[in-house]
Design a protein around this ligand. Structure first.
Ligand code: FAD
Length: 392
């Protein structure tokens, strides 16, 4: 066991991001007695739930010089879990009379944003947030003391660049911004348009087009149905489907599910593993995202390798920097808001010394054992943070 921190010690903590994770982190850290500054590059709280019509200049979002749009939310998006599963545990996502714009049990994204604003107001969180302030570099500041961190940030309006020292950093920057793309044989000479679902907002641009979506996530499911209302044909291709898959979706006369794409060609055709060949206008990658921490400089101690952020003890603390650096929201296939709340409580309690962590060595042993378990089961690194994996 690591030596316990002095009980209930208060620290100066930086939180990066004022989305659902950063908001509840700020609340829990302050509840525990820490002083908190939240850095948020947008103008308001809410993170990915701030819908915008704006999309990125590069529809595939690979050009490193593009100006990044944070939100991936499309106009028709409704939550895929109930209100009961979506809210924080002590601030339920209930229908608020006179305030709610969408009383449904699976409401639209605007209702989630309204809820997050209510939460921020209820707990006075905005007073801790520096809006339009982007964190550009986070690095250990050993010369300032053990565990200290240097945070460099830029404030848009005043064009101010700040360089400050904090006791601890909690990273809540969101994980649905940097797209992953499918590898498609022949794509460099295919003449159609390619895009990632990050840049999908409304169905209208797909009117009368033949569209292929790649993926089997909720985005592919949602967007294929959204587009099918106006498109000529919609084809969903997925690598986890058996090679002979070819299914017409019930209730639609223009929506099919296929096996994965085998190749694409100069004449605009797309050939599937099931042997079908279709002439296609647009391919949309609904293939998810990469963890991305462009501001984090840990001298290679914390890395992202095939979407494994590591090493992380229980997906939160990198042992070498624990408890002074932590991450909220890394696991997936979870109930996000309640998980953010529980992770925040843990971090706040560990920082104050109320909750002990194992020694760095013991945390590393546990992480390595977990990685070996995944390897033995043939689970790729990119599934490290999927909940439901066998844990050690
Ligand atoms: P975000 O909401 O992305 O917030 C991160 C914040 O950090 C942003 O405000 C960003 O501006 C800020 N930031 C990033 N980098 C910096 C920096 N360098 N400096 C300063 N600020 C920075 N979850 C559900 O529970 N239910 C759903 O139905 C659901 N549907 C989803 C649909 C889509 C299309 C997507 C993309 C996600 C969906 N999610 C859903 C998951 C959703 O991402 C989480 O609910 C939640 O928004 C994640 O919160 P977060 O705070 O981790 O990240």
């Amino acid at each position: 066991m690591a030596p316990a921190l002095s009980p209930t010690r208060s620290h100066h903590v930086a939180v990066i991001g004022a989305g659902p994770a950063g908001l509840v982190a700020a609340r829990e850290l302050r509840r525990e007695g820490h002083s908190v500054v939240v850095f948020e590059k947008q103008k308001q709280v809410g993170g990915t739930w701030i819908y915008t019509d704006e999309v990125e200049s590069d529809p595939l979002s690979v050009d490193p010089t593009r100006s990044v749009v944070h939100s991936s939310v499309y106009r028709s998006l409704r939550i895929n879990g109930t209100r009961e599963c979506t809210g924080y545990r002590d601030f339920p996502f209930v229908v608020r009379s006179g305030v709610s714009r969408d009383p449904r049990r699976f409401p639209s994204h605007g209702e989630v944003l309204a809820y997050l604003k209510d939460f921020a107001k209820e707990f006075g969180i905005e007073e801790m947030v520096r809006f339009e302030t982007e964190v550009v570099k986070v690095s250990p500041a050993a010369e300032e003391g053990i565990g200290k961190w240097r945070i460099e940030s830029t404030e848009k309006e005043k064009k101010v660049r700040r360089d400050e020292i904090y006791d601890a950093v909690v990273v809540c920057n969101g994980h649905y911004v940097e797209p992953r793309l499918a590898q498609i044989p022949g794509i460099s000479s295919w003449p159609g348009k390619e895009m990632h679902s990050h840049n999908y907002r409304i169905p209208e641009p797909f009117r009368d087009k033949v569209v292929v979506l790649i993926g089997n996530s909720s985005s592919a499911e949602d967007i294929s149905r959204d587009i099918a209302r106006v498109a000529k044909e919609v084809h969903v291709a997925c690598r986890s489907n058996p090679a002979d898959t070819f299914i017409k979706q019930t209730g639609y006369n223009n929506l099919w599910t296929h096996s994965m794409i085998e190749s694409v060609h100069e004449d605009g055709s797309v050939v599937y593993q099931n042997g079908k060949t279709i002439s296609v206008d647009i391919i949309m990658h609904c293939t998810g995202y990469k963890y991305h921490f462009p501001f984090l400089d840990t001298n290679g101690i914390v890395t992202v390798d095939d979407n494994r952020v590591g090493p992380l003890y229980k997906d939160v603390f990198p042992p070498a920097f624990a408890p002074w650096l932590s991450f909220i929201g890394i696991p997936w296939q979870v109930l996000p808001f309640p998980m953010f709340e529980l992770q925040s409580k843990w971090i706040a309690g560990v920082l104050s010394g109320r909750i002990p962590l194992p020694s760095k060595e013991d945390m590393m042993i546990e992480i390595k054992t977990f990685y070996s378990t995944l390897e033995v089961q043939g689970i790729p690194k990119r599934y490290t943070h999927r909940m439901g994996n066998t844990q050690v």
